[in-house]
Design a binder for this molecule. Structure first.
Ligand code: HEC
Length: 223
């Protein structure tokens, strides 16, 4: 009995021995790998968004129409007594939407794209339908919670702000977000400058059914 009790621990330690060696070997390999990773990261300048270069120049994603999530479209009559003549569609990446749904805010590097289209009108079986025609402009906002580009006039208030004309989606044309963008976004300042009430996924109030009166009320609140 005693003999067997004494024997068991020795046997266990004999079995554990080789495992320890394997685990230690794995840690050494893991350690080398981690150091290599760190070395590679330190060598590269920080790239926080593939749509922003080292000087803060913003580019329009090539594939946002197919790869991003469409948050919603706002129909706009640019002259109040005329019919709808613009459609404003807003898109973000699925990971940015997921982060927003989790934390209630867009994370560093999040991107929003808005396209402004003129409209075609037709009598369809639904009624007088207005649908998107050619693109007039694209707007881009990229979240920057670190204030990375203090010298660049397209960056400030926690975002990078870009504008592209329909005739050339490769050329960013805004020069200063404080004059080109900011004043128009002041009504949305409390929502981190984003008109969240326009998008069902971002806003509880636009997810539920409401009367015309309520809809009017929520617009008035944002002004
Ligand atoms: C004339 C006022 C006006 C100007 C100028 C303007 N915006 Fe906006 N922007 C709005 C409004 C209002 C919305 C939401 C409703 C809509 O699209 O009509 C919006 C929406 C957006 C959106 C979609 C996300 C959101 O907040 O709803 C982006 C992105 C955007 N704007 C970027 C910009 C950028 C970048 C500039 C400057 C280059 C700019 N805007 C200039 C009024 C403006």
């Amino acid at each position: 009995m005693n003999e067997s009790t004494n024997f068991e621990p020795r046997s266990t330690s004999a079995r554990v021995g080789p495992k320890c060696v394997i685990v230690a070997g794995f840690l050494v390999v893991a350690g080398v790998w981690t150091n290599q990773e760190l070395g590679a990261q330190q060598a590269k300048p920080e790239v926080f968004s593939k749509y922003v270069d080292a000087t803060g120049e913003i580019s329009l994603p090539d594939d946002f129409e197919t790869a991003f999530v469409h948050l919603g479209t706002v129909a706009v009559a640019t002259e109040s007594d005329k019919p709808v003549d613009e459609l404003h569609g807003t898109y973000t990446r699925s990971e940015d939407l997921a982060a927003f749904l989790k934390d209630g805010k867009f994370p560093d590097g999040a991107i929003l794209v808005k396209d402004v289209r003129s409209t075609s009108h037709s009598e369809l079986t639904t009624g007088d339908a207005a649908y998107g025609a050619g693109v007039k402009v694209w707007f881009v906002m990229i979240k920057d919670s670190k204030g990375r580009f203090p010298e660049n006039d397209l960056w400030g208030d926690g975002w990078g702000w870009g504008l592209f004309e329909g005739k050339d989606r490769a050329k960013q044309v805004a020069t200063d977000y404080t004059t080109d963008c900011r004043s128009c976004h002041v009504p949305a300042k409390k929502n981190d400058w984003i008109y969240t009430q326009c998008y069902p996924a971002l806003s509880k109030e636009s997810k539920v059914a409401g009367s015309a009166e309520e809809t009017k009320g929520s617009t008035a609140k944002s002004d």
